[in-house]
Ligand binder design. Sequence first.
Ligand code: NAD
Length: 169
Amino acid sequence: MRGLHVGRFQPFHHGHLKVVDMIAEEVEEVVVAVGSAQKSHSTRNPFTAGERVSMITKALEDHEATTYAIPVEDLNRNAVWTEHLKSFCPPFQVVYSNNPLIVRLFEEDGFEVRKGHLFERDRYSGTEVRQRMIEGDDWRELVPDEVEDVVDEVDGVQRIRDVDEDDYY
Ligand code: NAD
């Protein structure tokens, strides 16, 4: 059986990793859909789809379950978004999400949706990681080592600071 986990992963952090660990206890394979694949270089979405795939692939390299990280662009029609997403992914039978819109859309499409724990949501959140990057605080403790490496490789901290300044204009 395969399970689906959808997110933007801007960036992939320890909370996301715990969710994948939890899913992997219940299914053989995990499909990680990298949402808003077309977005990058903004304060809310600093990293490209390829950079996020790289973060996820490396962070899950030694993971027991087989995982597939698949970029999925947004679609301006929520009613057919699950069909759009499915057209890019290997077949999956169960969806894991805490996002109310995603829960609703997949339930309407007939899927079983399982909601999980939020792991220290105040710390382990993309918003917190990005804020710490902008303010020069310690973001590294919030992400796997492999994600740190990808952020450093693409000069991600300077990028988010530059594009954050641009957001004021
Ligand atoms: P996210 O990266 O913020 O979160 C991904 C998932 O991880 C969520 O289920 C969240 O609850 C969970 N999570 C985050 N921190 C956690 C923690 N500490 N402990 C446990 N779980 C944690 O991503 P998101 O913004 O929810 O991504 C949804 C994606 O789906 C977006 O890209 C969105 O555009 C896309 N989407 C698109 C459409 C459309 O195009 N019509 C419709 C619905 C959703």
